[in-house]
Design a binder for this molecule. Structure first.
Ligand code: WTA
Length: 657
């Protein structure tokens, strides 16, 4: 048995955050989750949820089987995801309920899609796919923007039992063909053009390039989103509107395929430490129960909720919490096609006001962007419908958390910081909004039934106050069922670091109350004079300064201290920065964390290099810090940013000398 470590903690944590937010009594009184949820036996909990959240064609015989590192859940059960997400709501008389309010990026384009509409669209499209030879087990690629036809395509595949892989519309042709080939997709669903920031995104043109390298894809279906012209290849490409023409929308014309609990639902590719993306495997029953259950309790979903997850469906957050979880729960959702500052920086707040959104789920990077723009954009709109806010994707610095609560949530709404991964499928560490005392920057407690812990280098459990590596010690329903066609890499990446437990690759610490603080990826941990310091803690301290809009921190080699801390800082209001400011910030970090965490140098920059999903690319910042040639920059949202930073970094160090 793992004991409590007596050797030093694997990651030292120094930043203390002392603000606390109790659940508001009126929220607690009506909440889906009550404190006794934590007292339930783990098996009992998932057994009950399995029966309550999902409709089965055939009941399961056994809750789970665990042959490390592979789990099976709801063994022997049969069901269909689309039946659960669409048909059963219509059968229950909720056909008129809105499934999605869709906002196009152009301000005058809107669609309201009820569950009955969604069923008709899915059935017609599934009939069309069937005619093209798609059936149970046919792998299908999907490469689209944020249009309603994207969930329709996913649900049509799931209806037929055809596993899909959705490739984020911001990825390049190379990324797309790599994924299509790895999954051996036979058909691709795409669209002529996407719309982003007022400009057209050439999806079909990228797809054409990708298909040149993906000979296994015999057919492409193209949804016409814009008037833009694209080339259609004879014998391969078909228009969406042509293939659905004349197809029946009667659900009995295309029954939902009964699927085994463990049949493949989808692959989603995620990048790791090597160049080749990993095809993360998600199956049917455990995934659906996991996402529906967490969605219900963590977001406190009510029958009349209008829930908006502002992620892209191309990422796991969109799969689990725009499409499968919310639809399984029969929830009304919002889908927005474009960027938050089109045509102006108040677009999000306009959307919340228009649809009276009560739950907003987004990423810290988006919150910091809004913070940088200033609260006046939110102030122009009535956001009083909001009841609950959520974040996901990276550690949230306490200042952004508090800003979100104060300026978006009127200092009234709980904020749930949810930790999970593409691999975990569902949220695993999170507050429950009617139960948990919130601490800005902490994802708080493992979800009921989840056994999370923090280990040191040697695999000993670290006690309260100490930092180390986040591990999961028990299987959970939505967990990945492996890396597609790569058993060895699956075992190596997740199950070899410590024996018998899942290694998440994240640093974490547990405080005296048993609350978890995520410290970023383990490779985002710096070692300065033998002290391990998480980049996020230094970033939080920097962003805590009133002049700082955004900060990214990384380590560079240093002869004296092992590693030295380099900070890249964007100041509010376009301020350029100065030597005085640099000193002020170094001292600020010293007072917030301690002199050990003082950045050795600070580079002021108008933008940070980010991926199109909004993650800061620290790898590139490390390259700049170490004066190395830049690694792969193809996933950058704006490759010019990093050149600019390089230039500033060299003039900055010249100043230092
Ligand atoms: C990070 C996104 C801190 C973490 C759902 C994880 C977080 C990686 C949080 C997975 C959070 C996600 N606090 N860190 N609340 N949520 N992360 O696969 O490093 O895109 O390992 O899944 O994001 O990213 P992925």
């Amino acid at each position: 048995m793992a004991g409590v470590s007596t050797s030093g903690p694997a990651i030292e944590t120094i930043l203390l955050e002392e603000r606390r937010y109790e659940p508001p009594p009126d929220f607690a009184a009506q909440a889906n989750a009550t404190p006794d949820i934590y007292d339930q036996d783990f098996e009992q909990f998932w057994e009950t949820e399995g029966r309550e959240r999902v409709t089965w064609f055939q009941d399961f015989e056994k809750l789970y089987e665990w042959e490390l590192p592979y789990a099976k859940w709801y063994v022997g059960g049969q069901l269909n995801v689309t039946y659960n997400c669409v048909d059963r709501h219509v059968e229950a008389g909720n056909g008129d309920k809105v499934a999605y309010h869709w906002e196009g990026e152009p301000e005058d384009e809107r669609r309201t899609i009820t569950f009955a509409d969604l069923q008709r669209d899915v059935v017609r499209f599934a009939n069309a796919l069937k005619k093209l030879g798609v059936g149970k087990g046919t792998p299908v690629g999907i490469y689209m923007g944020m249009v309603p036809e994207l969930p329709v395509a996913m649900l049509a595949c799931a209806r037929l039992g055809a596993p899909h892989t959705v490739v984020f519309g911001g990825f390049s042709a190379d990324s797309l063909s790599g994924r299509l080939n790895d999954m051996e997709c036979e058909l691709l669903i795409t669209q002529n053009e996407g719309l982003r920031n007022g400009a057209a995104v050439p999806l079909k043109q990228n797809a054409d390039e990708a298909l040149d390298d993906s000979p296994g894809v015999k057919q492409a279906i193209v949804y016409r989103r814009t008037g833009g012209d694209v080339q259609m290849k004879d014998g391969r490409d078909l228009w969406w509107h042509d293939v659905v023409e004349g197809e029946s929308d009667d659900p009995s014309s295309c029954p939902c395929e009964p699927m085994d609990a463990e049949d493949l639902l989808y692959l989603l590719y995620t990048s790791g430490t090597t160049a080749k993306p990993k095809g993360i495997v998600h199956t049917t029953a455990g995934y659906l129960v996991g996402v529906a259950t967490t969605h219900h309790y963590i977001f406190d979903i009510k029958p009349d909720s209008v829930y908006w997850c502002a992620a892209d469906i191309g990422w796991v957050t969109g799969h689990s919490y725009i499409v499968y979880g919310p639809l399984c729960n029969g929830t009304t959702g919002v889908i927005y096609e474009g960027v938050p500052n089109y045509p102006d920086k108040d677009r999000w707040w306009q959307i919340i006001e228009r649809y009276k959104v009560d739950i907003l789920y987004t990423a810290p990077t988006a919150i910091r962007t809004h913070m940088k723009w200033g609260p006046e954009y939110a102030e122009k709109h009535d956001l009083s419908s909001l009841r609950l806010l959520g974040t996901v994707g990276e550690p949230i610095n306490p200042e952004a958390w508090v800003w979100y609560r104060e300026h978006i949530g009127a200092d009234r709404t709980p904020v749930v910081d949810t930790w999970w991964q593409t691999e975990t499928g569902m949220i695993l560490i999170n507050p429950l909004p009617g139960v948990t005392t919130l601490k800005p920057g902490s994802a708080t407690k493992p979800f009921p039934g989840i056994d999370a812990a923090v280990y040191d280098e040697q695999g000993n459990e670290v006690g309260p106050g100490g930092g180390g590596y986040l591990v999961l010690r028990r299987p959970w329903p939505a967990m990945l069922r492996g890396i597609y066609k790569d058993d060895e890499r699956y075992r190596e990446t997740y199950w070899s670091r410590f024996e018998g437990v899942y290694f998440a690759g994240d640093g974490a610490r547990i405080d005296e109350d048993g609350d978890f603080w995520l410290l970023g990826r383990v490779d985002d941990v710096m070692n300065v004079s033998g002290h391990r310091i998480s980049t996020i803690e230094v970033e939080s301290a920097l962003v805590d300064h009133q002049k700082v809009a955004e900060a990214a921190v990384c380590g560079r080699k240093d002869e004296r201290t092992g590693q030295a801390i380099v900070a890249y800082v964007t100041l509010k209001g376009g301020d350029e920065g100065s030597i005085d400011m640099l000193e002020e910030l170094r001292n600020h970090v010293a007072t917030k964390i301690g002199p050990i965490a003082k950045p050795a140098n600070i580079v002021f920059t108008p933008e940070l290099p980010k991926t199109r999903s909004g993650k800061i690319m620290r790898r590139l910042l490390r390259d700049v810090a170490e004066n190395r040639a830049l690694g792969d920059t193809t996933t950058l949202a704006d490759p010019a940013v990093v050149e600019e930073i390089k230039e500033r970094a060299s003039t900055e160090s010249a100043q230092e000398d």
